[in-house]
Write a protein that binds this ligand. Structure first.
Ligand code: SF4
Ligand code: FE
Length: 482
């Protein structure tokens, strides 16, 4: 049975022998590490909800290869309806975790590599598609979490990969052997790597012939020799080490990113899905980015739902819920959030079949979706901060709340609306802090800007996809201009 439970997922992570560094120290056991556990819980829930009959329709799908019931995160979209369900699943998980649940990058990478290897084989006779399908079935049958890895460190942005002073600043093939290849380099900002079984590496941008060593796509287990994971910091992250329940803002869930170094990592031939076919690196990047830009129309909306709920609760707890400007600000937040969702749904509903038979989003609408995401969550966060009041950034600690000397003062002076326990007000204020400025702000704010490509990348795609000439022709036709 391919569907793992959440607990089986956690146990499967224990069997990995990852090389992880946190605060400069090698950590053998990340499964129980307080810096990692909340992010692991966010992936764990993607397994648990697949067993819940209430969410089965969104969380599971039927494998088009084996016919088995699989987790949707390992599915290759077979219809526009699949694409819509993907967005709904992501909104649901954003609502449940108020953070990044990490598993989408692998789903998006698998879908992008699927159609690209098919096209590559057709044009070049390369034979990657069957290998990719074999890997896919392995992922589906074992219900694995795959980390999609695209972003290279990139060094001097004015230089192509092969023109960098240090050739490792883009991940590349350093040796070709009979049985496989050896790669070196790094992938930055790797979401969820410590909670992943496999890493699916793709090139970071379109490449020219000089850069063909950098046009490489492959998958390896995350504990392959030579892979070193250096855990990323987040604002207020060490609050997780304090052992409290309130000050992290979201004690149960979170996300993480890391720098992943590939120090001469061997990749066997059956796991290589591109090696030197530079003309297809741009296609792969565009497709992965398109799927991930779609994704944000789901996950960020679900997280936004929680932030709107938190702002609204704060207004209740502050005794300000009846003020007309507060009501109006909440309406504005909902309007912005649902606009994000509309684009996520629209680019999915307009999905089309690829030559490989899988379904792909409407590229223009997916890029518009992500462009909105680079802006609206900031405004939603601003309004949440406005409604919450300054308390969420100036409150004393949980230890003070529990202190025999000063705890009574906290309870007295942080009281809000009549009948509301002070702890409730403090808890929600801390959640607002977590989502707007703290650890979860990585996933909700800055990732909204830079994740799945920075704003300019979408503007280039919007310009390419929009067919401005057709719009000019509309005018000419209307006005009888030759
Ligand atoms: Fe999924 Fe969103 Fe996290 Fe990307 S940012 S992995 S789409 S939850
Ligand atoms: Fe992302």
């Amino acid at each position: 049975m391919p569907l793992k439970t959440g607990n089986e997922f956690v146990e499967s992570l224990r069997n990995l022998n990852l090389e992880v560094y946190i605060f400069g120290k090698r950590e053998e056991n990340t499964v129980d590490h307080p810096m990692v556990v909340p992010s692991m819980n966010s992936v764990k829930i993607t397994y648990d909800l697949a067993h819940d009959p209430a969410y089965e329709d969104l969380m599971t799908a039927k494998s088009h290869i084996t016919g088995n019931k699989i987790n949707r995160f390992t599915h290759i979209h077979q219809s526009a309806d699949d694409l819509v369900k993907k967005i709904k699943m992501q909104r649901l998980l954003g609502q449940k975790t108020a953070s990044c649940f990490q598993r989408c990058v692998g789903m998006d990478a698998l879908n992008a590599v699927y159609s690209t290897t098919f096209d590559m084989d057709n044009k070049l006779g390369t034979g990657y598609f069957d290998k990719l399908k074999e890997f896919l079935v392995y992922v589906q049958d074992n219900d694995l979490t795959v980390d999609g890895a695209m972003t290279d460190p990139k060094g001097d942005r004015s230089c192509a990969p092969s023109k960098q002073e240090d050739p490792d600043l883009f991940l590349r093939v350093v040796e070709k052997r009979e049985d496989g290849i050896v790669v070196r380099g790094a992938k930055a900002h790797q979401t969820g790597i410590v909670n992943s079984h496999e890493i699916l590496v793709m090139p970071t941008m379109s490449m020219k012939e000089d850069d063909k060593d950098y046009a490489v796509c492959f998958a390896v287990p995350t504990d392959t020799k030579g892979i070193k994971i250096i855990y990323g910091r987040q604002a207020s992250d060490t609050r997780k080490l304090e052992g409290g329940e309130i000050d992290t803002g979201n004690p149960k869930f979170g996300g993480h990113e890391a720098l992943v170094v590939f120090e001469d990592v061997f990749v066997p031939n059956n796991r290589v899905f591109m090696c030197g076919e530079y003309a297809f690196s741009g296609t792969l990047v565009e497709r992965f980015a398109g799927f991930h830009r779609q994704s944000y129309g789901g996950c960020k909306v679900g997280v936004g739902d929680v932030l709107i709920g938190a702002a609204s609760l704060m207004s209740d707890y502050n005794g300000a819920a009846a003020a007309s400007h507060v009501k109006d600000k909440i309406i504005e937040m909902i309007h912005l959030n649902e606009t994000l969702y509309s684009c996520g749904i629209a680019c999915s509903a307009e999905g089309r079949p690829t030559a490989a038979g899988s379904y792909e989003i409407d590229m223009l609408l997916a890029n518009v979706c992500k462009q909105n995401v680079t802006r609206f969550p900031y405004e939603i966060a601003r309004l949440a901060e406005d409604i919450s009041g300054g308390i969420f950034v100036t409150m004393p600690s949980e230890q003070d709340l529990n202190s025999p000397e000063v705890g009574a003062y906290i309870r007295k002076y942080y009281a809000g609306a009549k009948g509301v326990p002070v702890e409730h007000r403090i808890k929600v204020a801390r959640l607002v802090e977590n989502m707007t400025l703290g650890a979860a702000a990585v996933g909700y704010r800055t990732e909204s800007m830079h994740g799945a490509g920075s704003p300019q990348a979408q503007r280039i795609m919007i310009s390419r996809q929009s067919d401005l000439e057709a719009k000019k022709n509309l005018v000419k036709e209307l006005l009888d201009i030759e």
